[in-house]
Write a protein that binds this ligand. Structure first.
Ligand code: MEZ
Length: 535
């Protein structure tokens, strides 16, 4: 039930619904897209970025909040545990318990390696679990990996590392089969063929989904497989520094037991960073669709150890985060809602953008509508536009919402809003880190024996990712990282373990004149209310 203040606008949207259903909004030209991004997309707010003063990407801009973490002090604060007496000794250490970490663990275990997964929350507490709308793969007769490549490359502003994107799209059909064989229940027609839909920027219907909880279904299956294989998982244990050997190869990590604050040492022949994204950094004050632990930890660990970043200045703001009610502010409203026919309309009920423009363009259009144009619906937290969900029932038939997006229906129903009859108020929410650690196609970073997979990686999607290509990349690159880390561990002979890179980084901060009290990695967001101490 919406409050009275929205009534006139809701009535305007309802009055124009029939006309809006018939109306086909045009797509923007390339020039129009560039112009709207430049003016309204948060990535283009130059004053919100600072140039790094240390490390491999010195001189390059990153969000100011990220710069704070990349140029902060080590949590060890000179407190070095005894590296020669490890608490864990393994072949492959996997840091992160989301979809990429789980995929890597399964493949490394299959390859015969001893595997240890550490995760700062619980296995599966990850952005994978929060993904809703689906996973892309070109496995229908009218589609091909080449067409998938063209869609994703264009959507990412032709900035993707071609070898990474090519691997992503070519291995996508096999990734779907792997997941299906493991037990993921994808939506199917009665004859068993996969149901596929469009996402923003796709020229073919290649989104495979498990209703609107695709990520949860995938994570459930991967987590079961990890446990069924008997892989060792240590929950509530964060990595706070990587350990290198004296030759500079990755050789393990210093861990922090999040419950006891005890420091532990894990020795490993190879390490896979699968720490996920950064939504809880709340760049530029945006709300986020991300899980509680998404705090850019992997970027910090990798950067301090000498890995390179790629496109760390590009973030994805999902166009449709919930803008009302406040209890779910920023929560993901899946793009599948638009794939099924809902259009975006302003406070007067007018369609102002094609609903399946790429995410960056769509988000910029909403920001413009609510800002400069003054056509947003005012809320306590700012403004939003309507995502006209009743259009789905009107075009797809009664019952489509309950059948295809039941989680959305439930999320709003809890707050007295029936999305079958009333639209949803939305505004962009911080959703994905396009940039991250630079890797080769075998998932190795610039640090030998340090692999990376999943959202911590940059360059697979260029400067903007299409829907459903992230659930895909955690599988494709997670599996590759696991296989390669296991293989490499067989021939790896480590020299003495060392944290000298941590001391070296501290000296670099000092030489650059950086004065900060911040320590990193952040590990968890801080939502404590800051009270004015002088009162
Ligand atoms: O890939 C994503 O980010 C995704 C599937 C999100 C969504 O809108 O459902």
């Amino acid at each position: 039930m919406y409050p009275e203040q929205f009534r006139a606008s809701l009535e305007a949207a309802a009055a124009k619904r029939e006309e809006n259903i018939r109306y086909e909004p045009g797509r923007m030209t390339a020039d129009e897209k560039e112009a709207i991004l430049e003016k309204y997309h948060p990535d283009h707010k130059k004053d919100k970025f600072v140039k790094l003063a240390v490390g491999k990407n010195k001189g390059e801009p990153v969000p100011e909040e990220l710069a704070g973490m990349l140029q902060a002090h080590s949590r060890l604060n000179g407190n070095t545990p005894d590296l020669d007496r490890p608490d864990y000794d393994t072949d492959v250490l996997i840091i992160g318990g989301g979809g990429a970490g789980a995929s890597a663990a399964i493949e490394a275990d299959k390859a015969g390696a001893r595997v240890l997964v550490v995760t700062k929350l619980r296995m599966g507490d990850a952005n994978t679990m929060m993904a809703e709308g689906g996973i892309q793969a070109a496995d229908k007769p009218d589609d091909s990996p080449a067409i998938h490549f063209i869609d994703a490359h264009g959507g990412g502003h032709f900035a993707a590392k071609r070898e990474l994107l090519s691997k992503l799209v070519c291995e996508a059909p096999e990734a779907i089969k792997w997941l299906s064989d493991l037990g993921v229940e994808f939506d199917k027609e009665p004859d068993g063929t996969m149901i596929t839909t469009h996402g923003g920027g796709t020229s073919r219907k290649r989104m495979h989904a498990a209703k609107d909880y695709s990520g949860a279904e995938i994570m459930r299956t991967l987590r079961d497989e990890v446990y069924n294989r008997g892989i060792t998982v240590v929950d509530f244990t964060a990595a706070v520094e990587l350990i290198l050997d004296t030759d500079g190869k990755a050789a393990g990590a210093v861990l922090l037991n999040m419950e006891t604050n005890e420091l532990l040492v894990a020795r490993a022949k190879t390490v896979v960073l699968a720490t996920g994204g950064a939504g809880r950094m709340h760049y530029q004050g945006f709300p986020t669709s991300n899980h509680y632990g998404a705090t850019a930890d992997g970027l910090v660990l990798g950067y301090r150890a000498g890995a390179k970043l790629l496109y760390a200045d590009t973030l994805q703001y999902h166009p449709t985060g919930a803008a009302y009610p406040e209890q779910i502010f920023g929560a993901l409203v899946t793009e599948k809602v638009r794939s099924l026919g809902a259009k975006l309309v302003n406070k007067n009920g007018d369609v102002f953008v094609h609903p399946l423009e790429t995410r960056d363009v769509c988000a910029a259009a909403i920001i413009r509508e609510c800002g400069e144009r003054g056509m947003g619906v005012k809320t306590a937290g700012g403004a939003g536009v309507w995502l006209d969900t009743p259009m789905i029932e009107a075009t797809g038939g009664k019952g489509t919402i309950e059948r295809r997006i039941p989680a959305m229906m439930r999320m709003f129903d809890k707050h007295g809003i029936d999305i079958r009859v009333e639209p949803i108020l939305v505004y962009p929410t911080l959703h994905y880190q396009n940039g991250g650690l630079d890797i080769t196609a075998d998932c190795m970073t610039a640090v030998e024996n340090l692999y990376a997979a999943g959202e911590v990686v940059g360059g697979i999607h260029g400067k903007n990712r299409l829907m459903g290509n992230s659930l895909l990349d955690i599988i494709v690159f997670g599996r590759t990282a696991g296989k390669n880390a296991a293989e490499k561990s067989k021939s790896t002979v480590l020299s003495a373990p060392s944290l000298s890179h941590v001391n070296g980084f501290e000296k670099e901060l000092d030489r650059a004149g950086i004065k900060t009290e911040l320590v990193s990695p952040k590990l968890l967001p801080d939502y404590t209310r800051k009270v004015n101490q002088s009162k």
